[in-house]
Design a protein around this ligand. Sequence first.
Ligand code: FAD
Ligand code: FES
Ligand code: FES
Length: 1342
Amino acid sequence: MSPALDLSGFSTTLHFYLNGTEIILNNPDPDTTLLQYVRSIGLTGSKLGCAEGGCGACTVMVSSYDKATQHIKHLNVNACLTPLCSVDGKHVITIEGLGDHKNPHPVQERIALCYGSQCGFCTPGIAMSLYALLRNNSTPSEHEVEESFDGNLCRCTGYRPILDAAKSFAAPSVKKAGGCCGGAGPNGGCCKDDKPELPSTIPQESSVRFPSVLFKAYDPTQELIFPPRLMKKSAEPLHFQGRKAQWFRPTTLAQVLQIKAAYPQAKFLGGNTEVGVETKFKYMEYSPFVYLHDVSELQGISITPEGITIGANVTVANFQKALKAAIETVSENEAHVLRAFLANIKYFAGNQIRNAASVAGNIATASPISDLNPVFVASNSTFSILSSEQSVDSTARVVPAKDFFVGYRKTALNPATDILTEIHIPLTRPGEYIRSFKQAKRKDDDIAIVTAAIRVQLAADNTILETGFGFGGMAAFTCQAKKTQAFLQGKIWGDKEALDGALEALDQDFPMEISTPGGQPEYRRTLAKSFFVRFWWDVIEQKNLNVQNENGDLSLLTQEIHRDLSFGAQSDKGTIQNSTTEIVSKSVAHVAAMKQVTGEAIYTDDMPKLHNELYGAMVLSSRAHAKIVSIDTSAALAHPGVKAYYGHKDVPGNNVWGAAMFDDEEIFASEEVHCVGQIIGVIVADTQVIAQEAARKVKIEYIDLPHVVTIDEAIAADSYIPLVKSIVKGDVDAAFANCAKVFEGQTRLGGQEQFYLETQAVLVNYKGESEFEIYASTQNANETQAVVASVLGVAANKVSCKVKRLGGGFGGKESRTIPLSCIMSIASYHQKKPVRCMLDRNEDMAISGQRNPFMGKWKVGLDENNKLVALDTELYLNAGWSSDLSVAVMERALGHIDNVYFIPNVRAVGKCCRTNIHSNTAFRGFGGPQANVIAETYMTEIAERIGMTQEEFREINFYKEGQLTHFNQELKDWHLPKGYFQLKEKSNFDARKAAVEEFNKRSKWRKRGMALIPTKYGISFTALHLNQAGAMLHIYHDGSVLLSHGGVEMGQGLHTKMIQVCAEGLQIPMDMIHIVETSTDKVANASPTAASASSDMNGMAVKNACDQINERLEPYRAKGLAWKEIVHHAYFDRVNLSANGFYKVPDLGYKWGENKGQLFFYFTMGAAVSEVEVDLLTGSHTVIRSDVNMDLGRSINPSIDIGQIEGAFIQGMGWSTTEESLYFPNGRLFTQGPGNYKIPGFQCIPQEFNISFFEDVTHESVKTVYKSKGVGEPPLFLGSSVYFAIRNALWYARQENGHPGSFSLSLPATPERIRMAVGDSISESSKLEAKQGERPFVLSVF
Ligand SMILES: Cc1cc2nc3c(=O)[nH]c(=O)nc-3n(C[C@H](O)[C@H](O)[C@H](O)COP(=O)(O)OP(=O)(O)OC[C@H]3O[C@@H](n4cnc5c(N)ncnc54)[C@H](O)[C@@H]3O)c2cc1C
Ligand code: FES
Ligand code: FES
């Protein structure tokens, strides 16, 4: 029997400070996170983006006082994983504690003024990371600044402006052009700089993005102080009892042992970074929690001649500091092991996680892909363990790390009794070498695919005396490579046979199969061997052994790719040429930026809770395709706090809807489900937690039906959306018959998750009298209104939909938000109460669809001069289970299959495959980028096959002014060739290309590549009726103006631009104009905010409203009155001061099938050149430089447009490199959160990133508002110049490895695809044969 625990010494009060205010909570609930708490009390500046520590939107700063050192520590942490109960004695600072829009903190001010906030959802978290950095060090180096954001993500900005803002705080260092002001400071540096700059590689006159702004000085003495009361407070043991769990906070090891003895099931907690994810996403339930962070015996660090010993619950960040300190005190040789740990810690999660996570937590979790455990194993480290059956003075059991891990998440710890107390790491001995390795999809903040440490002890004659191998990602637990270790014993280091034998032995150690859990078996086997090769040559290099080297420059083999500080220049020169307007064409910061960066900006889920509000949680299908046999809701309805379950029978109106051409979706599945994640019902309850718990209790019985998930499976099953689209021009068959050369190929591209930082959210307010008010995070208020009305069976005039702003949309909130609004409306209808829902990130990703994956088969014919003559192509997209917008996506793809090349004969046919995955949907570019990639692939592959340079092949085939596209549209103002050649010159392309070739000659395992990729993008909705817009203008008696238009602000700066257009139109200052929201009761029948056309169309509608007002006010203006007087007099003269503007895009009217009429209003065009360096041993790459040159007509707001270009480019780069959607063969999405779906991070952006506009071009034919051009989507495809540059680097490698000619590389070019395409003996020998019927663990669906 367990001994009872005396609780008399335990306090039940949580005492901490929040933004300088003392908070005392009695018996808080241990299941509550700090984020839930601060948001519940109205501090909604901290956002929920993922709840798994992967996005940083929830970042807050937690300060604590160390009495022993009298030092205050400031740590940025993820509030979503920080238990509220853990902040006792600490000072929590949220974004609201920094400043407000009237008096912002310098951090906030600089991010806002440097255009670092677009949708703003990530911004408070990013500001908090920067703030924490400055609180610890008010003059960080630029490197420290760049590294401080590794736990934050932004989906909009492309990071560069945020880095510029942050670097304005950095200590003066060797900076390049740019900075917060884009180089308006001395010598083209930042305006903050008072020291001269080094010369830049960028023309100085081009760096004019920002007006020179005088920022508030940063004065660290003005910061919130650490509360003196807390300094005096001693940590006391705590005990809380919550709804489901208990919490203990012991302060001594003796108390820990007593608690564990009393509660053998007790769950130890370090930083909760692992357990927090388990409880949220795996629904594990633990009690009691025993929080170990404040137990001083578990926090010690000591360095002795034998090694370094750390208390088990030292945080990873403190471990890192201790290692760095220890390096200073030991010899260079002894430090090898410390460096091996540091190398892996550098890429261990992000700052916020490292600040919270404990070393013991990493060890005890025993994840097969832990980064620390392989180093412990290889380095002969040992772990000390105490049992609750022992006393605190007993001798601990010491277990070598290599014997500690015994199975999948199983260790030598007895979970009922044992606690890890200390870790001992021996220093490296003479003759010993050790190094660690980690390969992930993304370098920063990503879990490993394979992680390893390898150690060798050599005799003086290089005989191998001992080895230590620790591998993660190669088995179900951290393991050694026993066969390899045995083989190497006694061999000579440097002996080629020993190397070859070791590589063979590694294959035997890790045999794997195609279906091996975790996936990527061939890559993982390749990596294990590649790491060993790197280590082999590293030791040879260090020892300077005389070994035959056929690898070229050895350091390029032994060292990982180095990334420099990022910088760049942005020029608005081309776009403001000839501008005559006063407000339009000026760079003005996003009108809501200051509110966004201070956390005051309200997003849907930030709206205060309404009276009687309820929460809705989805009941989702767990099958890809099945008949629903029964639904048992009894357990769910019995759950305390649950109000109701609603399914298809509860829909008052129509349960069927469709986003575009087909009504083929049910709001709630009735008889069959067609994908994992299809919505079957909704549980309505008092709170989110209760609703979600109850939703998991709904029991559904299914009978499985056959399912298809990939495009190939759909083709084989003849499973299509029944509408095939095509464009045919010329006599294609006859043209092929006369071609000098004909080439065929296939291109495959994956989908892309929109990954807006704000997941889908809706609040429906039933207002009585059958009226419903919907606050939704949607790009499509009008269709939301229409479909909700149909579903509820009421007229549209009873439903209004309002959108204040979105935390990003990117197309993902165009149609896929509608079911959520409908479902909450149904719940609200029945309950007659407000109902809210904000999807969890994993739900959002599972339900809401992505960019359509594509497969393109192409046949291309050339004449004898290598001019394109004919294209015959079949495009297939993976639509998912319903048609949604897929046919329209295909239409756009068919219209972009030419990219910028004149092809007189074209047959392009597009089929949409119906499969059993989530319904795929719009994503920035809407089929255009997919088709452009297919086009550039055939251009690239053909150039390689005919032996022509890619540039020459492209250039001779460019369209010329006045030529007709394959959809028979005449190209007017065709400046693409001009802009392309301007870019070629600006980027110094020819010289750099020659340098790339030189580099590649001296390096076998590192190659560089370059690609210069053009684009043209047609602006207009392909659905004719959507090309219309409305605006409403009210001028109030005081002269202030309320502007409404049909577009939604989702970070793209639409409201800012519309206010500029309105201010220009009325000739008044921008600050007299306000936009409250987008609302169907202000502007009816608005088209979705999409297709890059919103500024054009809404801008014209706003201008039209202004024109009407101006006409009415003309008599007053003629009198020379000031604005307020004009309005005043007009009002008293009873002049109508409201106007309803309208615009219909002229000229359009394409007829599919006939191939007649105008498809697009005009084209936006541009080009990008990227240079990359690829580590062929691992598949990693870095972007050395990207330059983008675009024609956006006369930009309404150049800086906002530059932000759109940068953000879109980085999204396109992510789509084509790191972002990989994977599915289990049963149709379930595997990549359901930032943990395994990797959008680019701060350290992914090009090291040099330059943006400019076409210069010296005119826009005679452009009839848009102020001749500006759409920008949202067109630059996205240019991000794939990085993919094509990687492909180019691989081409060099493959030539050397005996694979001449062309090759195909599916997109995205992940490290896995890159590595497996190198064609060397290591990757070739790692390939596996699939057994009969064997399928990979996870698969792509293109
Ligand atoms: C966004 C994110 C990124 C991550 N990235 C990485 C990464 O790059 N590399 C990597 O290796 N890991 C990574 N992790 C995993 C995780 O953060 C680490 O494993 C971390 O070290 C866990 O520490 P913790 O203190 O938070 O553990 P907790 O979640 O508090 O506990 C984890 C486990 O350890 C047990 N435990 C804690 N202390 C003791 C003790 N003294 N004795 C016995 N058992 C104990 C707990 O009972 C629990 O079972 C990441 C996690 C997240 C959320
Ligand atoms: S919400 Fe906390 S890290 Fe994403
Ligand atoms: S501004 Fe960063 S996610 Fe939108």
